[in-house]
Design a protein around this ligand. Structure first.
Ligand code: 5GP
Ligand code: MG
Length: 182
């Protein structure tokens, strides 16, 4: 099921392509962690909730799940750079592997901030899985280890990603053509 989308949206990744990417990321994660080690998959709300739920179910092992919600001040399609935590994890992560799950990395500010915070909680490791990586936009160092695709600097929506809280429930990922951002 899908609803009518604006004409200036262009499919960047179809539902099927996303599914393929999720399986590939899951495989890399399965291979990266030794058997029997505890992993806590922390989804970064809200955008990552769909990717997170698909990813954890594609893994061939049981994991714990938790969520964080971070926001940067400001509205629109550019983030402001100041990160604040609106919801923290509830799991005791001491001695456990933490896998941060993000749908897209842009400036890297959100994840580098969260990663530092979790490191301070004495996690055994903190690694990052990101469906999409806007590598060229990076402002602070942030290296997601498990990545679906590196994408150019375009604003995208769907599969959890919003535009002013709309379009999160679209099953494909769409590029919003530049003209509408002005
Ligand atoms: P960063 O802190 O890396 O600059 O920002 C990461 C967050 O900004 C992402 O998790 C996502 O919520 C939001 N974001 C970055 N690029 C896009 C985009 O193209 N579309 C949408 N909808 N959100 C984006
Ligand atoms: Mg996000």
């Amino acid at each position: 099921m899908t609803y009518k989308i604006p004409e200036n949206f262009e499919v960047l990744y179809s539902k099927e392509q996303i599914h393929e990417m999720v399986l590939q990321i899951a495989k890399k994660i399965d291979d990266a962690y030794p058997e029997g080690e505890e992993i806590v998959c922390v989804g970064v709300l809200k955008g990552a909730w769909i990717f997170h739920s698909d990813l954890v179910r594609a893994l061939s092992r049981d994991v714990q799940i938790d969520f964080m919600r971070a926001a940067s001040y400001g509205h629109g399609t550019e983030s402001s750079g100041v990160v604040r935590i609106l919801k923290d994890i509830e799991t005791d992560i001491r001695g456990k592997h933490v896998l941060l799950v993000e749908e897209i990395v842009d400036s890297g500010r959100t994840l580098s901030f969260i990663k530092e915070r979790l490191r301070a909680s004495e996690a055994k490791s903190v690694r990052i899985a990101a469906l999409l990586d806007k590598k060229e936009r990076r402002e602070v160092p942030c290296d997601p280890e498990f990545v679906g695709a590196v994408v150019p600097n375009h604003f995208v929506v769907g599969y959890g990603l919003d535009w002013g809280e709309k379009y999160r429930t679209l099953e494909s990922i769409y590029m919003v053509k530049d003209e509408v951002l002005r």
